[in-house]
Ligand binder design. Structure first.
Ligand SMILES: [Fe+2]
Length: 515
């Protein structure tokens, strides 16, 4: 008989003394849960009862009374059946000296295997942030069959797609290994979603937008529970998590409350001061949080890219640009991200500049990896460093181009876009940022999605702290075996030369291309 816990277990929203524990039990009903300070559950530190929601079959328990910066193990029981064991980690309290955060995003089940998630499960980090596109609402891709095998519209549809993802062994391993903080992006609801619609939403075919948006958000919250701004409204996921006075993580959403992107409505004025990507409630909260000088580091989590990635282009090419781009006043902008809401971004940059301490931005969505000094204030100076996460399981942007073009284009974009220090369009992977008081180190890991053991560091940047954080490139180190191999080759060559000289015969070294 298949396990009633075939969706595994997960933990979310760690704070200094607690964490949310999650499971899904087939058939629903009452459950017991336990948290222990050892993997074998000899020292149980908290336990209790919970009943799974009859409709979603999910259960979430908000556990408190734990110790800060500590690893715990947890499990559920239904009757005499036990769930797999999960590992959770609380955030550190005041005085913390180090926090390692991994970020991941963009996984279309039908398009790729989830090996990136499997690699991330094995990474040594304190917290994982999922930046959205956890599911895709569409039916694109033919590598793996999906459930349901159609575009998601109803609550049951969204629940079924989440359920499918959570039965994937790599994603299940990630959730069992790390506590996760999540935010949705557009595909968790619908492509290019905004407050009152989405590019691909047709009310005649899909029904009322408000119903579809509410269904997607409800299912997201059932499978990825959050500490909401308004506990009665799952559409309010903006929140702050404190790792002592070292790091405060500000989680934002940029899809459910925003005005329509101007790329879809070219009559709208991108510079209209009334335009909002956050909605008034979230904006008031974020502008207050972003200038708080208390934490040594702020980490702003955004599904969409926040920094200026616009680049010069003649107005005449407006309409001929790639999807989501609009051209105005000689600048091409992807108006689906914060570039389409510049007035609100300037207000955010001003708040960050007032803080007087460094801010990092973690974002995803654009299926490529970036290191950017961005969010410029009114004097044009960068107020933050943004780290853009590569896709876990959607085709990287450069792989949609002829071979080699992605590399060249990435280099060209680094030159053309002010503040962009590095771009990679070609890799699947994740990013880890290791934050200490004086500075941080960001490493992008590349992973073959079909081989979760293939993870290797692709690029590392140091982020110097201070009022205005800066990116400092760390050159890629040559691996030890390559250095050792070069030493062996050199020794062999010297030995060969010495022997040939001793034998007094002419030396013929192999030429490149010799066989
Ligand atoms: Fe995506």
């Amino acid at each position: 008989m298949p396990s009633r816990f075939r969706h595994g277990v997960a933990s979310f929203e760690p704070c200094h003394d607690g964490v949310l524990l999650w499971t899904l039990v087939e058939g629903g009903g009452p459950l017991r849960w336990a948290v222990a300070s050892d993997e074998d559950f000899r020292r149980v530190v908290a336990d209790g009862d919970v009943t799974a929601d009859p409709a979603s079959r999910t259960a979430a328990v908000d556990v408190h009374g734990l110790s800060p910066g500590t690893t715990y193990w947890y499990r559920f029981e239904a009757g005499d059946e036990r769930s797999p064991v999960g590992r959770a980690r609380t955030l550190p309290a005041a005085g913390a000296q180090r926090l390692r955060i991994a970020a991941t995003c963009c996984a279309r089940y039908a398009q790729e295997e989830f090996g990136v998630y499997g690699a991330l499960a094995a990474a040594d980090v304190d917290l994982v942030v999922h930046l959205g596109d956890y599911i895709y609402e569409d039916d694109k891709g033919d590598k793996r069959p999906t459930e349901p095998d159609r575009t998601l519209v109803s609550l049951d549809d969204y629940r079924a797609r989440h359920s499918l993802h959570r039965r994937d062994p790599h994603l299940q391993a990630l959730h069992a290994a790390h506590s996760v903080v999540s935010v949705w992006d557009d595909h968790d609801i619908a492509d290019n979603a905004w407050r009152d619609g989405a590019k691909s939403h047709d009310p005649d075919e899909h029904g009322p937008w408000a119903d579809r948006k509410a269904a997607a958000i409800q299912a997201h919250h059932e499978f990825l529970p959050k500490r909401l701004a308004d506990p009665a409204d799952p559409a309010t996921p903006w929140r702050r998590l404190d790792a002592g006075d070292l790091v405060s993580v500000l989680v934002t959403e940029t899809r459910a409350h925003r005005d329509e992107p101007v790329g879809a409505d070219r009559d709208a004025d991108v510079d209209d001061p009334a335009r909002t990507i956050l909605g008034p409630e979230q904006r008031d909260w974020l502008l207050e949080q972003a200038c708080d000088p208390t934490p040594a580091w702020l980490v702003l989590v955004s599904g969409t890219v926040v920094s200026e990635l616009e680049f010069p282009a003649p107005d005449a090419v407006d309409g001929a640009m790639p999807e989501k781009y609009a051209v105005k006043d000689g600048l091409a902008r992807n108006s689906d991200q914060w570039d389409g809401y510049p007035v609100e971004r300037t207000a955010l940059a001003a708040a960050m500049a007032r803080r007087g301490a460094p801010t990092l931005v973690l974002s995803g969505d654009i299926h490529s990896a970036w290191a950017v000094e961005g969010l410029r204030d009114s004097e044009g100076r960068a107020t933050a460093v943004e780290l853009v996460c590569p896709p876990a399981a959607t085709t990287p942007a450069g792989r949609l181009l002829p071979p080699g073009v992605g590399f060249t284009l990435g280099a060209a974009m680094t030159k053309a876009i002010k503040g962009a220090r590095w771009v990679d369009l070609d890799h699947y992977g994740f990013v880890v940022v290791d934050i200490e008081r004086e500075g941080a180190t960001a490493t992008w890991w590349w992973v073959d999605p079909e081989d979760h053991t293939s993870a290797e560091p692709g690029q590392t940047w140091r982020i110097a702290g201070g009022e205005r954080p800066r990116l400092v490139e760390i050159p890629k180190r040559r691996s030890r075996w390559r250095i050792a191999a070069a030493a062996v080759m050199a020794t062999a060559l010297v030995a060969l030369v010495v022997r040939r000289l001793r034998d007094a015969r002419p030396i013929r070294l192999p030429l490149v291309g010799d066989h």
